[in-house]
Design a protein around this ligand. Structure first.
Ligand code: DX5
Ligand code: ZN
Length: 216
């Protein structure tokens, strides 16, 4: 099982994004997690294409773009052009999810599907084979620094069961409230990729915090 850390730049200092990119580049984190929010699907507005494009120029690591926007299918090509490697859309935000995932793959990216805390695992049953990643939201999306929803741990285990049953090699990502205390359990339950915002960028030493998550 992979143990990938994807630091969420939502918690970075936006005045010093280049410096944050340099720190993550020097760490053992393999991915950059970029949260795009539209103020409609979630109550918050974060950043969009220009920031993704700028960070593409600042790293060779995997750009893991998490779209919290309605009708994400409208922007597939734009995010490819901006440099996304993984493009994750919410099952709750895309009416024709099957078509959207196909479009992401046809554009040359890896396709992720995110589930809000209230959405059951079975919502991805029919697309498990065509997804490259399933993202289990362990907080309600919109903000960094929230408390991990404890039932997410069992949800990760049930997602792992689904993927095994479907013979899918999709990765499992967990996003929200991840820290050095719950990381080990999440990896043990089947998580491959842990997103961490506050646990990394609010730490005194982000490189060390990333290492602690990997070693959890
Ligand atoms: C929340 C975002 C997360 C967020 C995680 O809607 O999807 O990626 O930045 O932040 P932490 O790790 O602080 O909960
Ligand atoms: Zn996210």
């Amino acid at each position: 099982m992979a143990r990938i850390i994807s630091p969420s730049f939502l918690s970075a200092d936006f005045l010093r994004l280049g410096e944050s990119a340099r720190v993550v580049n020097e760490s053992r984190a393999e991915w950059f997690h970029l949260d795009v929010m539209d103020g409609v699907f979630v109550p918050n507005i974060s950043f969009g294409l220009p920031v993704v494009r700028a960070l593409r120029g600042a790293t060779e690591k995997v750009l893991d773009v998490h779209l919290m926007i309605v009708q994400p299918e409208r922007y597939v090509d734009d995010f490819r052009t901006a440099g996304a490697d993984y493009l994750t859309v919410h099952v709750e935000a895309s009416t024709h999810l099957h078509r959207t995932l196909q479009a992401i793959r046809d554009a040359g990216m890896r396709a992720g599907v995110a589930l809000n805390p209230h959405t059951p695992v079975c919502a991805v049953e029919e697309v498990a084979e065509m997804a490259d990643m399933i993202l289990i939201m362990s907080v309600n999306p919109g903000f960094g620094g929230q408390k991990f929803i404890a039932s997410s741990l069992d949800k990760v285990a049930r997602t792992k069961e689904l993927l095994l049953r479907k013979n899918s090699s999709a990765l499992i990502q967990v996003d929200g409230g991840v820290n050095a205390e719950n990381a080990a359990q999440l990896f043990a339950a089947g998580a491959d990729v842990l997103v961490a915002g506050n646990a990394v960028f609010a730490a005194e030493d982000p490189v060390k915090a990333i290492q602690q998550l990997i070693d959890a």
